[in-house]
Design a protein. Structure first.
Length: 157
């Protein structure tokens, strides 16, 4: 029921974009965009209010607030992103669900590493504010992720 409602809502707006992109790409853009906005919002809330811009001390050592905020936001945006991609964007994939999940997990590991590298680079080396660094990082990582998901994680046949 929820799946059909989401698909119906997204597809309602598709005719306006049908000359620009295929339906699957449009669904990916909408689902990915919504999940990205959720992720950035959660990052902002975690960094500014939950962590209050303070270092997090763990048994493994201190974690900077911008990395801890990324991990908190990611813990929510990962499952929502997977479910949206599996059920809304790429429902026609011939791959078994466990294969998709494993491949998605591999992609996420790479994306987490890219997020970590780019956020640290932008904040510590270029002096860019953490939320702006997150947005820049997201543009890079989302581009890589779309190509990988379309051609690897949820590919057809």
């Amino acid at each position: 029921m929820l799946k059909k409602g989401i698909i119906r809502s997204i597809d309602f707006f598709y005719p306006r974009f049908s000359k620009l992109m295929p339906l699957q790409t449009f669904r990916y853009a909408v689902c990915g965009g919504a999940n990205t906005v959720l992720d950035i919002f959660l990052y902002f809330i975690a960094y500014n209010f939950i962590l209050d811009k303070n270092i997090v001390y763990t048994p493994a050592g201190p974690v900077s607030p911008y990395i801890a905020a990324f991990l908190l936001a990611f813990s929510i945006s990962f499952p929502t992103g997977y479910l949206l991609n599996k059920h809304i964007v790429f429902p026609g994939s011939a791959l078994l669900g466990r294969v998709q999940l494993f491949r998605y997990f591999l992609l996420v590991v790479v994306c987490v590493a890219l997020n970590y590298i780019f956020i640290k680079l932008f904040v510590e080396h270029f002096g860019i504010y953490p939320t702006i660094s997150k947005v820049l990082t997201t543009v890079i990582v989302v581009s890589f992720s779309y190509l990988t998901q379309k051609n690897f994680t949820f590919r057809k046949g």
